[in-house]
Every structure is written in structure tokens, then in C-alpha cells.
Design a protein around this ligand. Structure first.
Ligand SMILES: Cc1ncc(COP(=O)(O)O)c(C=O)c1O
Length: 398
């Protein structure tokens, strides 16, 4: 008999008579399965082949002027970005603490220091005024994160960076298919990064992309991607043989990943449209209940074309959030909190810094709850999630 794992938000408890509702599920169709099979049948599955080229073309079509390079994860793309910025020990990079540790690790791996600034209470994205207050003579870049696929205030961040000679980089891990004033996120900074992890809207299991928006960085990025060699130029027929030219690593994924991703990217519009309909349905169900239960629901700025990556809400306090999470998990509903703010985590306390208190970030860490959101949710599932959440909040559990 297989051991029975204890319930987690990602694979919640199975109760008799009630199907569990997982927190996320990738939207994988027959097209993805056939694409992977075809690569295996062709027996050409090392990285950098036709499927990788297809992904690059699909990404470039939505990001005019950008050169995309597939990577094995968004983490790897962030590490490439930090290398391309030539960060040196002691340099500072301003970023939110409300993010995944990969944003900060990429900077730390270069010996530079993540400096955390607080987020806006409406969007949960880096607050341009807080970022401005964190600038010192050691600042080199601002690394913004488009939380939940909702764009940061791009004009303000770009103006801030221009005024202080800082590079703007976008951690667009959650923002594939999302826009700001109609332009694709990931294409605003000198560099942008996407995630195609299984939990993201567009999924390759593990995968990512670096978006090179400054043409001056392209040649070095291509070499860094292929172990520091000019192999990409060789495959374009521009050099007779390839040699070691630069510092680099093996950042490219295999053609199996690329084939799966190309099929997903082809379906990006369809996958996002379904998620948006589910997001709107949660919003319609919860909006009439917000005042009574003191719920803070997501706010989408008029400039943002979001991609429904996350439906989150903030509860009045940590006690009610944790109780709701526990009760939902016990019932097989995969709701979950989100980031442990990085400045409060053990590595963040040791290796990063914040120059001012981060009250909005700490409030999100304590009170934010994410509802299950994936394309297999039915209207009945969504009603059950909201009904059980409200029962947990009103103390009327069963
Ligand atoms: C903001 C942010 N950056 C980076 C990452 C890392 O992405 P990956 O798992 O593709 O390395 C994540 C993952 O969830 C994320 O949320």
C-alpha cells in the first residue's frame, strides 16, 4: 500500500463524497502531449533546436523589440539578469520583500545586496516612493515584481531609474500574457523574466525566459546562455566553429520542455481568457460580502491588463486568516497563504536589508489568502470555496 501523505494546500485532504479542490492544476491539452511525443520520436531533444526557436518566435511576437531566451526557470533567468548587469560586491538592488526568494538570491549570488522597499497597499507592487527613499550611492538597479500578474506603476519606476541612472529589471514570473497600457509586461525594463513553472498560467513543469530589451546586452546574453560560447552564432552560420568567449553557464532547457512550452504558448489567449472568467466569478461572489466580513479584495489599476494568475484576498487579521486556511484545508479546499516576507526570513535577516519599516508587506504576509484558481474549476467548485470561506469567517463551521 502507498503511504498516505498528509494534506497540504496543493494536494488537500480527500473527504468521502467530496472531491478535493487543488490550489493549482496546469491546463494541459492533447496538443502538449503530442508535441512532447513528436520530439521524443524525432530523437533530437537537446536544447537550442527547432522547438526552442518556436518558443522564441511566439514570445517575440507579443514583445516587439525584445529578444527572448528560454531558460530552465525564472530563477535561472534572474541569475542571467544579475550577471548581465555586472553586479559587484557591495552594489545594492532595490526590490520588494513581497516576492519569492529567487529575486533576492540572484543578487546575492553576485555578492550584491538586496534592499527591500515596501509595496503599495492597493496593488501589492513595489511602491515607487518607497523605492526612491531606498536609493543610495551604491544602488545599481530596481528589480520590480508584477504581483499576481498585475503591472507595477511602470512610468513612475522608469522615471525614477532614469533620474538616478539605475537599471530597471522586471521579475515578470507571474505576468505572462499580462499588459500595462496595452504593452506586454516583461518588455519595459532593460531585462525581464518569465516563469513557466507548473503553478504558473503557462506551464512547462519547470521553465522560464529571459527577455532582453536592451540590444546592447543581446550578444553577451546569447553566449552566457550557451556556457559562455558563441554557439548561437555558429548555429546561425555566422562563425565557422564555436569557442569559449565569455563567462556563462548552461541556462537553456531541453527540446522536450520547449515543445511542451510552445504548445502552451500557442494556447496562451485561450488559457488566460478562461482564468479571467474564473477570477471575475470569484470577484462577483465576494464583492457583496467584502464590507460585512472586512475582506480586502484585489484592486486592478485601470492601466493593467492582468492575467488572472492569482485570486487573493486579505482578511482582517492573522488569526482569522490562519483559522480559515486550516478549516478549508480540512475540507479538501486548497487555499493557501503566500510569501513569508523576505526581510523576516532567516536568510533575509542575515544577508539583505531594509532601510525603513515594511508595514504593508508584513500585513500581506500575515493576512493574505489565495483561493484555488485553475481551469478545471466548475461554478459549483467556486461556490463551495466561497461558501466554506464565509462559514469559516462567520464561525458557522458545519
Ligand atoms: C516573483 C517570482 N519570482 C521568481 C520565481 C521563481 O520562478 P521559477 O520557479 O520559474 O524559478 C517565482 C516563483 O513562484 C516568483 O513568484
Amino acid at each position: 500500500m502507498l503511504p498516505v501523505a498528509s494534506p497540504t494546500p496543493f494536494m488537500p485532504a480527500i473527504l468521502p463524497g467530496q472531491a478535493p479542490i487543488p490550489f493549482y492544476l496546469a491546463d494541459i491539452s492533447q496538443a502538449e502531449m503530442l508535441a512532447v511525443q513528436a520530439v521524443l520520436a524525432g530523437n533530437r531533444h537537446a536544447g537550442g533546436g527547432q522547438q526552442t526557436e518556436r518558443c522564441h518566435a511566439l514570445l517575440a511576437a507579443t514583445l516587439p523589440g525584445s529578444t527572448p531566451l528560454l531558460t530552465q526557470s525564472c530563477t535561472a533567468a534572474l541569475e542571467m539578469a544579475a550577471l548581465l548587469l555586472d553586479l559587484r560586491p557591495g552594489d545594492e538592488v532595490i526590490m520588494p520583500s513581497w516576492t519569492f526568494c529567487s529575486t533576492a538570491n540572484a543578487v546575492l549570488l553576485r555578492g550584491a545586496v538586496p534592499v527591500f522597499a515596501d509595496i503599495c497597499p492597493r496593488t501589492l507592487n513595489l511602491d515607487p516612493a518607497a523605492a526612491a527613499a531606498a536609493i543610495t550611492s551604491r544602488s545599481r538597479a530596481v528589480l520590480c515584481v508584477h504581483y499576481a500578474g498585475v503591472g507595477c506603476a511602470m512610468e513612475e519606476l522608469a522615471a525614477l531609474c532614469a533620474a538616478h541612472g539605475l537599471a530597471l529589471v522586471e521579475d515578470a514570473a507571474q505576468a505572462v500574457g499580462a499588459t500595462w497600457r496595452g504593452r506586454a509586461l516583461g518588455g519595459f525594463g532593460v531585462l525581464g523574466t518569465f516563469s513557466f513553472h507548473a503553478s504558473k498560467n503557462i506551464s512547462a513543469g519547470e521553465g522560464g525566459a529571459l527577455l532582453i530589451n536592451d540590444p546592447a546586452l543581446r550578444a553577451r546574453a546569447e553566449m552566457m546562455w550557451e556556457k559562455g560560447t558563441d554557439r548561437v552564432r555558429f548555429s546561425r552560420g555566422e562563425v565557422a566553429r564555436y569557442t569559449w568567449q565569455e563567462i556563462g553557464s548552461s541556462f537553456l532547457p531541453s527540446e522536450i520542455t520547449a515543445a511542451l512550452l510552445a504548445a502552451q504558448l500557442t494556447r496562451c489567449g485561450e488559457i488566460t481568457a478562461r482564468r479571467l472568467a474564473l477570477w471575475e466569478r470569484y470577484h462577483a461572489l465576494l464583492t457583496p460580502l467584502a464590507a460585512r466580513f472586512e475582506l480586502r479584495l484585489p484592486e486592478i489599476p485601470a492601466e493593467a491588463g492582468h492575467n488572472a494568475h492569482i485570486y487573493h484576498l486579505r482578511l482582517p487579521d492573522a488569526g482569522r486568516r490562519d483559522r480559515a486556511l486550516a478549516l478549508l484545508a480540512a475540507e479538501g479546499i486548497g487555499a493557501t497563504s503566500h510569501y513569508e516576507p523576505l526581510h523576516l526570513s532567516p536568510a533575509g535577516r542575515r544577508m539583505a536589508r531594509a532601510r525603513a519599516p515594511l508595514p504593508v508587506t508584513e500585513d500581506c504576509g500575515a493576512t493574505l489568502l489565495r483561493l484555488p484558481l485553475h481551469n478545471e474549476l466548475s461554478p459549483a467548485d467556486q461556490e463551495r470555496v466561497v461558501q466554506r470561506l464565509i462559514a469559516a469567517l462567520s464561525g458557522r463551521w458545519h
